[in-house]
Design a protein around this ligand. Structure first.
Ligand code: SF4
Length: 200
């Protein structure tokens, strides 16, 4: 890999490209008025660029978030990122929608046991219910020991401190830090069935 000091940064490139364009246009007599006018109409014109990291998976691709009037108006790949060099996968490319999509679900659909209709419930209600059910299930199904045999074939109670009644299935929206703390929580509860959809 080329030494970093020899690599051209995005800003260097844009500066050089701008200089080249200006120099060429002066030399060739090109009228830049239309280009400048078009630049002013770009949706990110006048926005502040904030470098960030895609929240979706542990690859950690770099994003550039454009913020204007306190609102996120665009997200795209950050060419300065040594991880992704300006690229994003389809999911990362759609991360703008994560922030602004008016169709994003903000309530939970709940169907009570035995009921046929779905009800809308607030997120806080769902979080509380999940926490209560996890605690109840874990307390009712916690195994301090497991009956097995030792090497001489004698019955023994082996300490396990687990529950086989709960499983955890993670998704690709869980980043490194979330996965780390989630694993700690599950292990503390005694959950042993741990799986994650993202295997990057
Ligand atoms: S979801 Fe895609 S864009 Fe986001 S960090 Fe993972 S690979 Fe990169």
């Amino acid at each position: 890999m080329e030494h970093p000091s020899k690599q051209v940064s995005r800003r260097d490139f844009l500066k050089a490209a701008g200089g080249f364009t200006l120099g060429t246009s002066l030399a060739l007599g090109t009228d830049l008025t239309r280009v400048v006018a078009r630049t002013k109409t770009l949706k990110i014109a006048g926005a502040t660029e904030v470098p960030s990291v895609c929240p979706y998976c542990a690859v950690g691709c770099g994003t550039m978030i454009s913020v204007k009037d306190g609102k996120v108006i665009n997200i795209e790949g950050n060419p300065d990122s040594p991880i992704s060099k300006g690229t994003l996968c389809p999911k990362g490319s759609a991360s703008f929608q994560l922030t602004v999509n008016p169709l994003r679900m903000t309530k939970v659909k709940y169907r009570a046991p035995g009921a046929s209709d779905w009800e809308d419930k607030p997120l806080d209600w769902a979080m509380e219910r999940i926490a209560q059910l996890v605690k109840k299930t874990r307390d009712e199904n916690f195994n301090e020991t497991f009956k097995t045999k030792d090497k001489d074939g004698k019955d023994v109670d082996k300490k396990v401190n687990n529950t086989l009644a709960i499983a955890s299935l993670g998704g690709a929206t869980m980043d490194n830090e979330w996965n780390y703390i989630h694993l700690k929580l599950m292990r503390a509860l005694g959950v042993v069935f741990l799986e994650n959809q993202a295997r990057i």
